[in-house]
Design a protein around this ligand. Structure first.
Ligand code: FES
Length: 198
């Protein structure tokens, strides 16, 4: 017994050193632990503060850009020139500007001169066709028919075709303005601007 006690005294049991606090928390081996891998509370609040600052900065930046470049819908110019009045003989209907403008230009002496007739059917908006042999506009969608002047006389169209403002530009060409319309049902077809005397 005495010899065993002496042996135990000469060879004390080696206990592992107590784990450091960080090691206990992360459960990582000591060689993988360093201060670089630990976020202190101070780091956390610092990063959170930066994130909030940068976030508010970017939101403010977006707001500033939207202020500088507002969403504006750029409409095409509603006016266009349509050549000179002598290009439209009395009694004729020109389809020259149907593809680009959906407008007939008709020289109707009984209406006072040149008129710009909208080629938008007043039923549901299809484009009628000018049938020269029958002297009428005929809508292919539901069969509405309009006289040469644009008065509805058959089919479901509830009212006459509309007319656009027509006048002369400084260079003597016909100037049509599709931002201003004239409606027969409001008695506007005889008003200045609804026709161009020739
Ligand atoms: S859209 Fe022209 S008749 Fe219906």
């Amino acid at each position: 017994m005495a010899s065993e006690a002496a042996t135990a005294q000469s060879n004390p049991v080696k206990r592992p050193p107590p784990k450091k606090k960080k090691e206990r928390i992360l459960g990582l081996p000591p060689d993988r632990l360093s201060d670089d891998h630990i976020w202190t509370r101070r780091d956390f609040f610092s990063l959170t503060g930066w994130a909030m600052f940068l976030g508010s900065l970017s939101v403010g930046g977006i707001g500033f850009l939207r202020f500088m470049f507002p969403r504006v819908l750029f409409e095409p110019d509603p006016t266009f020139k349509a050549g000179f009045p002598n290009e439209y003989p009395p009694g004729t209907v020109s389809e020259k500007y149907i593809p680009s403008q959906r407008v007939w230009i008709a020289n109707l002496p009984e209406e006072g001169g040149l008129v710009a007739i909208s080629a938008i059917c007043t039923h549901l908006g299809c484009t009628p066709r000018w049938l020269a042999s029958e002297e009428k506009y005929k809508c292919p969608c539901h069969g509405s028919g309009f006289t040469k002047e644009g008065i509805n006389f058959e089919g479901p169209a509830p009212r006459p075709l509309e007319r656009w403002k027509i006048g002369l530009a400084e260079d003597g060409q016909i100037l049509i303005d599709k931002s201003k319309k004239y409606l027969s049902e409001k008695g506007e077809w005889g008003k200045p601007g609804s026709y161009l005397p020739v």
